[in-house]
Design a protein around this ligand. Structure first.
Ligand SMILES: [Zn+2]
Length: 70
C-alpha cells in the first residue's frame, strides 16, 4: 500500500487508537494499521474501523445501562 500523503510504502504495524466518548475513554493498544515508512501517516482499514464502531456502539449501550443503576 502507498501513503496517501507522501506516496512512500506503508507497512502493517500496531498502533494505539484512542477514542474519547462523553462517559468513557477507550484506548485500543494494539490495532493493526498501515503505517508510512517515511511520514508515519497511519491508515486504518475499513474492516477495522467497522469493528471499532461496533465495539463503541455496544459499549455505549452497556455504559448507558450502568448509569441507570445510580
Ligand atoms: Zn507518508
Amino acid at each position: 500500500m502507498e501513503c496517501l500523503k507522501c506516496y512512500n510504502d506503508m507497512f502493517i504495524d500496531y498502533v494505539v487508537f484512542n477514542i474519547q466518548r462523553a462517559d468513557y475513554n477507550l484506548d485500543i493498544k494494539k490495532l493493526p494499521a498501515f503505517v508510512c515508512s517515511e511520514c508515519k501517516e497511519t491508515y486504518i482499514e475499513e474492516e477495522e474501523m467497522e469493528k471499532i464502531f461496533e465495539t463503541i456502539e455496544e459499549l455505549d449501550q452497556k455504559i448507558e445501562k450502568l448509569k441507570l443503576k445510580n
